[in-house]
Design a protein around this ligand. Structure first.
Ligand code: 7TS
Length: 414
């Protein structure tokens, strides 16, 4: 049964407000999403009843907090179909997860002559950590190009084949869904090709985890990273999935309490994963919030959420493409597109568009979206981006388009 998306807005208290005298139309979901009442309640319940540190106490509250935290790990294991909970490490978000792999795996493993492959559409979070570790180790970073003057052609898979054929590729790091283009990359194919070439894969799932069913085993990736706040969960909690055999030999990224089995003045031994990678007091409350968010999303149904967002993006694409002087990035009309549309108007800066849209109560994002090299390649200083989530409706698309028409009129673009 298709869920009734028209009423989901009521589950999100923050959406019940006016901005600039207009009902809020929130279209900045690729940056962060709102939290349903179920998540806010789970956080309040934890702080009101169970708040305590985990793994160290034998008193009732500490045991309840530990149970809640570990239940969140079990829930996450199921959410992405990892084979066991030791493969699920809680981090502060995608950025921390990628840095953990770059430093925990890359720094020990990479050497001069080795190649790390990224794509030209990576968010800085899945690019800069690889630049850093390549500088540290003498390895080389190469990029799979994007095709087309608006990157409408997606990744150049023939160029990818050539990069793999050239040899020495140790890891392929790529985004599942582009936060700037809305492109859905062929993750399973990219992973299979990397594996055949003897390379590991790191998938940036920041824009996919809360938007479609993710099965890390079926995808065939070695690492998969995502952020809770982009999928209805609190800020400050994220996940790194890593295959058990890799996690067991990877070095810790940070040292401290909770991650050691024994400590001597001269040195220490580490616990296995996941504790090895969770030094210090973890983010217990937000892990419990993440658990509630996963339950909420699955009560709606992730495939239905993904379809709903893509339908809104297609509506927006079609209506926006009628506007004068517009350039829309990413997949063309009728092509598969995730739930966002990124565009630029000739002669009007994205920051002006976003500021004017805010007066209409429409929350957008303008800028380089942490994709500076891609923007440079496409010859754009910035774009305006509308990104959708489960609580958005076709009426929100209408509000977006009406606001864009008003702005173009104001700037005299006919
Ligand atoms: N990867 C992708 C594809 C992203 O879209 C983002 C955040 C990140 C990584 C980083 O996630 P974080 O939770 O660690 O910050 N993207 C955006 C955005 O598009 N606008 O603001 C943040």
């Amino acid at each position: 049964m298709t869920p009734d998306f028209s009423n989901l807005r009521l589950d999100f208290p923050v959406l019940d407000q006016h901005v600039g005298g207009h009902p809020l139309v929130y279209l900045d979901n690729a940056a962060t999403t709102h939290k349903p009442r179920a998540v806010i309640d789970a956080l309040a319940r934890f702080y009101e009843r169970d708040n305590s540190n985990v793994h160290r106490g034998l008193h009732a509250l500490s045991m309840r907090a530990t149970d809640g935290y570990e239940a969140a790990r079990e829930r996450t294991t199921k959410f992405i179909n990892a084979s066991e909970s030791a493969e699920v490490v809680f981090t502060s978000g995608t950025t921390a997860s990628v840095n953990l792999v770059a430093q925990g795996w890359g720094r020990d493993t990479l050497k001069p002559g080795d190649v790390v492959v990224c794509t030209e559409m990576e968010h800085h979070s899945n690019m800069v950590p690889w630049q850093i570790v390549c500088q540290q180790t003498g390895a080389t970073l190469r990029y799979i190009p994007v095709l087309g003057e608006n990157a409408e052609g997606g990744l150049d898979m023939a160029a990818y084949d050539e990069l793999l054929l050239a040899g020495n590729v140790k890891l392929v790091a790529f985004t599942h869904i582009s936060n700037t283009l809305g492109t859905i990359n062929p993750a399973t194919e990219i992973c299979a090709k990397a594996k055949a070439a003897g390379a590991l894969t790191m998938v940036d799932g920041a824009q996919s985890a809360g938007h479609e069913n993710v099965d890390v085993q079926a995808m065939g990736c070695d690492f998969y990273a995502f952020s809770g706040h982009k999928m209805a969960a609190p800020t400050g909690i994220g996940v790194l999935y890593g295959r058990r055999e890799l996690m067991d030999v990877m070095s810790p990224w940070q040292g401290g309490g909770g991650m050691i089995s024994t400590v001597e003045y001269e040195g220490s031994k580490w616990k296995p994963s996941p504790e090895r990678f969770e030094a210090g007091t973890p983010n217990v409350a937000d892990a419990i919030g993440l658990h509630a968010a996963m339950d909420y999303l699955d009560s709606v149904g992730r495939p239905a959420i993904g379809r709903h967002e893509s339908e809104l993006a297609a509506l927006a694409y079609d209506a926006l493409s009628e506007l004068p002087g517009i350039r829309i990035l990413g997949p063309g009309k009728g092509q598969p597109r995730a739930g966002l549309v990124s565009f630029a108007f000739e002669g009007v800066h994205a920051h002006d568009v976003v500021t004017f849209a805010d007066q209409d109560g429409v929350a957008l994002r303008g800028g380089h979206h942490c994709n500076q090299p891609l923007m440079r390649k496409l010859g754009l200083p910035s774009t305006t981006r509308a990104s959708f989530y489960l609580y958005n409706t076709p009426a929100d698309v209408d509000a977006l388009v009406a606001s864009m028409q008003r702005i173009l009129k104001f700037f005299g673009v006919e």
